[in-house]
Design a protein around this ligand. Structure first.
Ligand code: F6R
Length: 243
Protein backbone atom coordinates (compact mmCIF):
# COMPACT_ATOMS: atom_id res chain seq x y z
CA UNK A 1 0.00 0.00 0.00
CA UNK A 2 1.44 3.32 -1.09
CA UNK A 3 0.16 6.50 0.54
CA UNK A 4 0.43 9.70 -1.52
CA UNK A 5 -0.20 12.92 0.39
CA UNK A 6 -1.13 16.05 -1.57
CA UNK A 7 -1.71 19.58 -0.24
CA UNK A 8 -5.46 19.77 -0.81
CA UNK A 9 -8.59 18.07 -2.07
CA UNK A 10 -8.33 19.45 -5.62
CA UNK A 11 -4.79 18.17 -6.11
CA UNK A 12 -5.69 14.75 -4.69
CA UNK A 13 -8.73 14.44 -6.98
CA UNK A 14 -6.62 15.63 -9.92
CA UNK A 15 -4.03 12.91 -9.38
CA UNK A 16 -6.73 10.23 -9.26
CA UNK A 17 -8.34 11.56 -12.45
CA UNK A 18 -4.93 11.69 -14.14
CA UNK A 19 -4.05 8.10 -13.20
CA UNK A 20 -7.42 6.93 -14.46
CA UNK A 21 -7.08 8.89 -17.73
CA UNK A 22 -3.58 7.52 -18.30
CA UNK A 23 -4.78 3.93 -17.83
CA UNK A 24 -7.72 4.57 -20.14
CA UNK A 25 -5.49 5.98 -22.88
CA UNK A 26 -3.11 3.03 -22.58
CA UNK A 27 -5.93 0.45 -22.41
CA UNK A 28 -9.08 1.71 -24.16
CA UNK A 29 -10.99 -1.45 -23.16
CA UNK A 30 -10.27 -0.84 -19.48
CA UNK A 31 -12.68 -2.30 -16.94
CA UNK A 32 -13.19 0.36 -14.30
CA UNK A 33 -14.59 -0.10 -10.82
CA UNK A 34 -16.45 3.04 -9.80
CA UNK A 35 -17.35 4.55 -6.45
CA UNK A 36 -19.93 7.21 -5.64
CA UNK A 37 -20.01 9.65 -2.71
CA UNK A 38 -19.01 13.26 -2.26
CA UNK A 39 -15.28 12.49 -2.36
CA UNK A 40 -15.50 11.27 -5.95
CA UNK A 41 -17.47 14.21 -7.34
CA UNK A 42 -14.40 16.32 -8.26
CA UNK A 43 -12.79 13.28 -9.94
CA UNK A 44 -15.79 12.84 -12.23
CA UNK A 45 -15.91 16.58 -12.97
CA UNK A 46 -12.25 16.42 -14.02
CA UNK A 47 -12.82 13.37 -16.23
CA UNK A 48 -15.71 15.14 -17.98
CA UNK A 49 -13.41 18.10 -18.49
CA UNK A 50 -10.69 15.85 -19.97
CA UNK A 51 -13.28 14.31 -22.30
CA UNK A 52 -14.55 17.70 -23.46
CA UNK A 53 -11.21 19.48 -23.79
CA UNK A 54 -8.78 16.69 -24.66
CA UNK A 55 -11.08 14.07 -26.17
CA UNK A 56 -10.51 11.48 -23.45
CA UNK A 57 -12.26 8.49 -25.00
CA UNK A 58 -14.59 6.26 -22.97
CA UNK A 59 -16.17 4.52 -25.96
CA UNK A 60 -14.61 1.10 -25.41
CA UNK A 61 -14.30 0.94 -21.63
CA UNK A 62 -16.77 -0.62 -19.24
CA UNK A 63 -17.61 0.14 -15.63
CA UNK A 64 -18.85 -1.69 -12.56
CA UNK A 65 -19.96 0.33 -9.55
CA UNK A 66 -19.25 -0.83 -6.05
CA UNK A 67 -22.78 -0.61 -4.74
CA UNK A 68 -26.40 0.44 -5.00
CA UNK A 69 -29.18 1.01 -2.48
CA UNK A 70 -31.93 -1.56 -2.21
CA UNK A 71 -35.47 -0.36 -2.88
CA UNK A 72 -34.57 2.83 -4.74
CA UNK A 73 -35.35 2.84 -8.47
CA UNK A 74 -32.63 3.79 -10.96
CA UNK A 75 -34.33 7.10 -11.82
CA UNK A 76 -34.61 8.18 -8.17
CA UNK A 77 -32.36 11.22 -7.56
CA UNK A 78 -30.62 9.42 -4.68
CA UNK A 79 -29.84 6.21 -6.57
CA UNK A 80 -26.22 5.58 -7.40
CA UNK A 81 -27.25 4.94 -11.02
CA UNK A 82 -28.64 8.47 -11.09
CA UNK A 83 -25.45 9.85 -9.49
CA UNK A 84 -23.26 8.14 -12.11
CA UNK A 85 -25.45 9.21 -15.04
CA UNK A 86 -25.56 12.81 -13.85
CA UNK A 87 -21.89 13.18 -12.97
CA UNK A 88 -20.21 11.06 -15.62
CA UNK A 89 -22.04 8.68 -17.93
CA UNK A 90 -24.36 11.27 -19.53
CA UNK A 91 -21.43 13.64 -20.07
CA UNK A 92 -18.86 11.39 -21.77
CA UNK A 93 -18.96 9.02 -24.76
CA UNK A 94 -19.39 5.83 -22.76
CA UNK A 95 -21.82 3.21 -24.06
CA UNK A 96 -24.54 2.98 -21.40
CA UNK A 97 -24.77 -0.77 -22.04
CA UNK A 98 -21.20 -1.02 -20.76
CA UNK A 99 -22.02 0.66 -17.44
CA UNK A 100 -23.07 -1.66 -14.65
CA UNK A 101 -24.51 -1.19 -11.18
CA UNK A 102 -26.20 -3.80 -9.01
CA UNK A 103 -29.98 -3.69 -9.41
CA UNK A 104 -31.36 -2.78 -6.02
CA UNK A 105 -34.91 -3.31 -7.31
CA UNK A 106 -34.34 -6.92 -8.39
CA UNK A 107 -37.07 -9.29 -7.22
CA UNK A 108 -34.46 -11.90 -6.30
CA UNK A 109 -31.61 -9.99 -4.67
CA UNK A 110 -29.51 -13.11 -4.04
CA UNK A 111 -29.64 -13.99 -7.75
CA UNK A 112 -28.81 -10.39 -8.63
CA UNK A 113 -25.65 -10.51 -6.50
CA UNK A 114 -24.52 -13.73 -8.21
CA UNK A 115 -25.31 -12.21 -11.63
CA UNK A 116 -23.21 -9.13 -10.79
CA UNK A 117 -20.19 -11.18 -9.75
CA UNK A 118 -20.54 -13.28 -12.92
CA UNK A 119 -20.73 -10.12 -15.07
CA UNK A 120 -17.47 -8.85 -13.54
CA UNK A 121 -15.80 -12.19 -14.22
CA UNK A 122 -17.17 -12.25 -17.78
CA UNK A 123 -15.70 -8.79 -18.39
CA UNK A 124 -12.29 -10.16 -17.42
CA UNK A 125 -12.20 -8.71 -13.89
CA UNK A 126 -11.69 -5.13 -12.77
CA UNK A 127 -8.52 -3.43 -13.99
CA UNK A 128 -8.72 -0.29 -11.86
CA UNK A 129 -11.00 0.08 -8.85
CA UNK A 130 -11.79 3.48 -7.33
CA UNK A 131 -12.62 3.39 -3.63
CA UNK A 132 -13.63 5.89 -0.99
CA UNK A 133 -13.83 5.27 2.77
CA UNK A 134 -16.87 5.58 4.98
CA UNK A 135 -16.82 7.19 8.41
CA UNK A 136 -17.05 3.67 9.90
CA UNK A 137 -14.17 2.41 7.76
CA UNK A 138 -16.26 0.74 5.06
CA UNK A 139 -15.24 0.30 1.44
CA UNK A 140 -18.20 -0.14 -0.85
CA UNK A 141 -20.89 -0.83 1.73
CA UNK A 142 -18.78 -3.44 3.50
CA UNK A 143 -19.72 -2.39 6.99
CA UNK A 144 -17.76 -3.39 10.11
CA UNK A 145 -17.64 -7.16 10.63
CA UNK A 146 -17.90 -7.91 6.91
CA UNK A 147 -15.87 -10.96 5.98
CA UNK A 148 -12.63 -9.98 4.30
CA UNK A 149 -13.36 -12.70 1.71
CA UNK A 150 -16.92 -11.53 1.05
CA UNK A 151 -18.37 -11.30 -2.45
CA UNK A 152 -21.22 -9.19 -3.82
CA UNK A 153 -24.17 -9.51 -1.45
CA UNK A 154 -26.88 -7.68 0.47
CA UNK A 155 -25.69 -5.69 3.45
CA UNK A 156 -27.48 -3.77 6.21
CA UNK A 157 -26.18 -0.22 6.57
CA UNK A 158 -24.93 0.88 9.97
CA UNK A 159 -26.38 3.91 11.79
CA UNK A 160 -23.03 5.68 11.14
CA UNK A 161 -23.37 5.17 7.38
CA UNK A 162 -27.02 6.24 7.33
CA UNK A 163 -25.99 9.35 9.28
CA UNK A 164 -23.09 10.02 6.87
CA UNK A 165 -25.36 9.76 3.83
CA UNK A 166 -28.36 11.60 5.33
CA UNK A 167 -27.51 14.93 3.62
CA UNK A 168 -28.37 13.33 0.26
CA UNK A 169 -31.76 12.26 1.67
CA UNK A 170 -33.00 15.58 2.99
CA UNK A 171 -30.86 15.45 6.13
CA UNK A 172 -32.77 12.72 7.97
CA UNK A 173 -30.95 9.37 8.48
CA UNK A 174 -34.39 7.71 8.67
CA UNK A 175 -34.80 8.45 4.95
CA UNK A 176 -31.60 6.59 4.03
CA UNK A 177 -32.31 3.02 2.87
CA UNK A 178 -31.49 0.33 5.41
CA UNK A 179 -29.92 -2.08 2.95
CA UNK A 180 -27.72 -2.06 -0.12
CA UNK A 181 -26.07 -4.45 -2.54
CA UNK A 182 -22.30 -4.13 -2.42
CA UNK A 183 -19.30 -5.79 -4.00
CA UNK A 184 -17.58 -7.77 -1.26
CA UNK A 185 -14.18 -7.05 0.23
CA UNK A 186 -12.93 -10.11 -1.65
CA UNK A 187 -14.35 -8.73 -4.90
CA UNK A 188 -12.50 -5.45 -4.35
CA UNK A 189 -9.26 -7.23 -3.45
CA UNK A 190 -9.46 -9.12 -6.76
CA UNK A 191 -9.10 -5.87 -8.75
CA UNK A 192 -5.75 -5.59 -10.50
CA UNK A 193 -5.15 -2.04 -9.31
CA UNK A 194 -6.90 -0.08 -6.57
CA UNK A 195 -6.99 3.65 -5.93
CA UNK A 196 -8.45 4.90 -2.67
CA UNK A 197 -9.18 8.63 -2.47
CA UNK A 198 -9.66 10.14 0.98
CA UNK A 199 -10.03 13.85 1.66
CA UNK A 200 -11.02 16.09 4.54
CA UNK A 201 -10.41 16.28 8.28
CA UNK A 202 -13.46 14.17 9.11
CA UNK A 203 -11.74 11.10 7.58
CA UNK A 204 -8.38 11.54 9.40
CA UNK A 205 -9.00 9.12 12.29
CA UNK A 206 -10.52 6.34 10.20
CA UNK A 207 -7.85 6.72 7.51
CA UNK A 208 -5.11 6.22 10.12
CA UNK A 209 -6.85 3.05 11.32
CA UNK A 210 -7.22 1.75 7.76
CA UNK A 211 -3.63 2.45 6.75
CA UNK A 212 -1.67 1.98 9.97
CA UNK A 213 -3.94 -0.15 12.13
CA UNK A 214 -4.22 -3.93 12.19
CA UNK A 215 -6.07 -5.59 9.31
CA UNK A 216 -9.49 -6.04 10.80
CA UNK A 217 -13.04 -6.82 9.74
CA UNK A 218 -14.00 -3.88 12.01
CA UNK A 219 -12.39 -1.50 9.47
CA UNK A 220 -12.86 -3.15 6.12
CA UNK A 221 -10.70 -0.53 4.36
CA UNK A 222 -7.74 -2.02 6.27
CA UNK A 223 -8.07 -5.09 4.02
CA UNK A 224 -6.57 -2.95 1.25
CA UNK A 225 -3.22 -3.47 3.04
CA UNK A 226 -3.46 -6.95 1.48
CA UNK A 227 -4.04 -5.63 -2.03
CA UNK A 228 -1.09 -6.26 -4.38
CA UNK A 229 -1.27 -2.80 -5.96
CA UNK A 230 -3.14 -0.22 -3.92
CA UNK A 231 -2.41 3.50 -3.82
CA UNK A 232 -4.09 5.71 -1.26
CA UNK A 233 -4.32 9.32 -2.42
CA UNK A 234 -5.07 11.74 0.41
CA UNK A 235 -5.03 15.44 1.15
CA UNK A 236 -3.15 16.92 4.11
CA UNK A 237 -6.30 17.17 6.21
CA UNK A 238 -7.11 13.48 5.84
CA UNK A 239 -3.43 12.63 6.45
CA UNK A 240 -3.25 14.68 9.65
CA UNK A 241 -3.44 11.65 11.99
CA UNK A 242 -0.97 9.44 10.13
CA UNK A 243 2.21 8.79 12.11
C1 F6R B 1 -19.92 4.71 -2.54
C2 F6R B 1 -19.18 3.88 -1.62
C3 F6R B 1 -18.83 4.35 -0.25
C4 F6R B 1 -18.24 5.74 -0.22
C5 F6R B 1 -17.95 6.17 1.22
C6 F6R B 1 -17.44 7.60 1.29
O1 F6R B 1 -20.13 4.04 -3.77
O2 F6R B 1 -18.87 2.79 -1.96
O3 F6R B 1 -17.95 3.43 0.34
O4 F6R B 1 -17.05 5.76 -0.97
O5 F6R B 1 -19.09 6.04 1.98
O6 F6R B 1 -18.47 8.47 0.93
P1 F6R B 1 -18.18 10.03 0.84
O7 F6R B 1 -17.22 10.22 -0.27
O8 F6R B 1 -19.53 10.64 0.52
O9 F6R B 1 -17.64 10.46 2.15
Amino acid sequence: MEVIILPNQQKAAYLVAQILAKELKAHPRLVLGMATGRTMEPVYRLLVDMHQKEGLDFSLCSTFNLDEYIGIPADHPCSYRHYMNELLFDRVNIAKANTHLPDGMASDLGAECLRYEAAITQAGGIDLQLVGIGSDGHIGFNEPLSSLRSRTREKALTPATREQNAPMFGGDPANVPRRAITMGVGTILDSRRCLMLVTGKSKATILAKAVEGPISAMVTASALQLHPRCQVVVDEEAASELK
